[in-house]
Write a protein that binds this ligand. Structure first.
Ligand SMILES: Nc1ncnc2c1ncn2[C@@H]1O[C@H](COP(=O)(O)OP(=O)(O)O)[C@@H](O)[C@H]1O
Ligand SMILES: [Mg+2]
Length: 292
C-alpha cells in the first residue's frame, strides 16, 4: 500500500525521538499530494508550534495549502464536556435529584482510564464523527499512555455495557420510565461512550489506518518501541510502520531491521539543521516517499 493511501495515521514513540517532526513532515507530504490534511497533537507536551514554527492552538490553523494543525489537550476537553453535561442536567432535572445525578455523571465519566477515554473522545470527534479532512495524523503522547489509549476501546466496551444495564435498572426504580429515561444524562454519557469505543476500535483495526512507531537507533527508544509493538499486537492492533529517525549508518539501519524484522521501515537521516518550519521539513519529506 502507498503511504498516502492511509487515511488516518497514529505515530507513537518515546519522547524526543521525533514524533512531532515526522507527523508534521507526513502531513506536509499528504498535503503536497493533494489531500486536505490535519495534524493533531494529543501530547500534552505539545510541539507542533515548534515543528511548524508558528503558534498553534485549539482550532485548526492553516500552515500551507491543504495542511492544517491543531493542539488538543484531552484532559481539558474532558472537563469541558463534563461541565456541559452537568449544566444540561441542571436544566433538565429537579434540584432534589441533581446532587446525586452530578455524582453519577462524574462516576460515569471518570471510569477506569479516564484520560485514555478523553483522548479517545478527541480522536473519535476528529477522525470519525466530524471528519472534515481527507487525511488525519495523530501525534500522540509517549508510549505507555498511547498504548493504553489505543487498547482501551476493547477493554472498556464491556464496562460500559454493564454500566448501561445497571443504570437502566436503577432508573426503573426511580420512576423515570418512558421517554424521560432517554433524557437521563448519566445514560446519555454511557451510551455515547459505548458508541465511541466501538467506532474507535473499528478505526484502529481499519486497513486504512496506519499505526507507526518512531524510534532512534538507541537502546531506550528501541526498547520502548518493541514493547509498544508487543502490547498493541496483544490487543489485536498491528503496527505497520517503524520510522527510524536520525539514522546515519548502515549499522544503525541493521540494528533497527533486526529489532523489527516483520515491519516495514522508513529511515530518516539526522539533518544538519533542526527541521523547523515548512521549508526545512521538506528535508524530512524527501525520505517519506515510499510504498509500504
Ligand atoms: N531527523 C532529524 N534531524 C535533526 N533534528 C531532528 C530530526 N528529527 C527531529 N529532530 C529534532 O529533535 C527534536 C525532537 O523532535 P520532536 O519531533 O519534537 O520529538 P517528539 O515529538 O518525539 O518529542 C526537535 O528539536 C527536532 O527538531
Ligand atoms: Mg512531540
Amino acid at each position: 500500500m502507498k503511504l498516502t493511501e492511509f487515511k488516518t495515521v497514529f505515530l507513537s514513540g518515546k519522547g524526543g525521538v521525533g514524533k512531532s517532526t515526522v507527523s508534521s513532515a507526513l502531513g506536509l507530504y499528504f498535503a503536497e499530494t493533494g489531500f486536505k490534511t490535519l495534524v493533531v497533537s494529543l501530547d500534552p507536551a505539545h510541539s507542533l508550534s515548534l515543528t511548524f514554527d508558528t503558534e498553534i492552538g485549539k482550532k485548526p490553523k492553516e500552515i500551507t495549502k491543504d495542511l492544517f494543525a491543531v493542539e488538543i489537550d484531552p484532559e481539558k476537553e474532558a472537563k469541558r464536556y463534563l461541565n456541559r453535561v452537568k449544566r444540561e442536567a441542571r436544566e433538565l432535572l429537579s434540584p432534589v435529584v441533581i446532587g446525586e445525578i452530578e455524582k453519577q455523571i462524574e462516576l460515569a465519566y471518570y471510569s477506569p482510564g479516564a484520560l485514555e477515554l478523553a483522548t479517545a473522545d478527541v480522536i473519535y470527534r476528529v477522525a470519525v464523527s466530524e471528519r472534515k479532512f481527507e487525511r488525519v495524523i495523530f501525534d500522540t503522547a509517549p508510549s505507555g499512555y498511547t498504548v493504553r489509549m489505543l487498547t482501551s476501546p476493547e477493554l472498556t466496551e464491556e464496562w460500559f455495557k454493564r454500566l448501561i444495564a445497571l443504570r437502566r435498572e436503577a432508573l426503573k426504580y426511580q420512576k423515570m420510565v418512558g421517554e424521560k429515561v432517554e433524557k437521563d444524562p448519566v445514560l446519555r454519557i454511557l451510551e455515547r461512550r459505548l458508541k465511541e469505543v466501538r467506532e474507535l476500535r473499528s478505526l484502529l483495526l481499519s486497513p486504512e489506518t496506519l499505526i507507526g512507531i518512531v524510534v532512534n537507533p538507541q537502546t531506550l527508544p528501541l526498547e520502548i518501541g518493541k514493547r509498544t509493538v508487543k502490547e498493541l499486537s496483544a490487543a489485536g492492533i498491528e503496527v505497520k510502520l517503524i520510522v527510524g529517525n536520525r539514522v546515519s549508518t548502515e549499522d544503525e539501519k541493521e540494528l533497527i531491521e533486526k529489532e523489527f524484522p516483520q515491519i516495514q521501515k522508513i529511515f530518516i537521516p539526522p539533518l544538519k539543521e533542526e527541521p523547523r518550519g515548512v521549508e526545512k521539513l521538506k528535508g524530512i519529506v524527501k525520505h517519506l516517499k515510499e510504498d509500504l
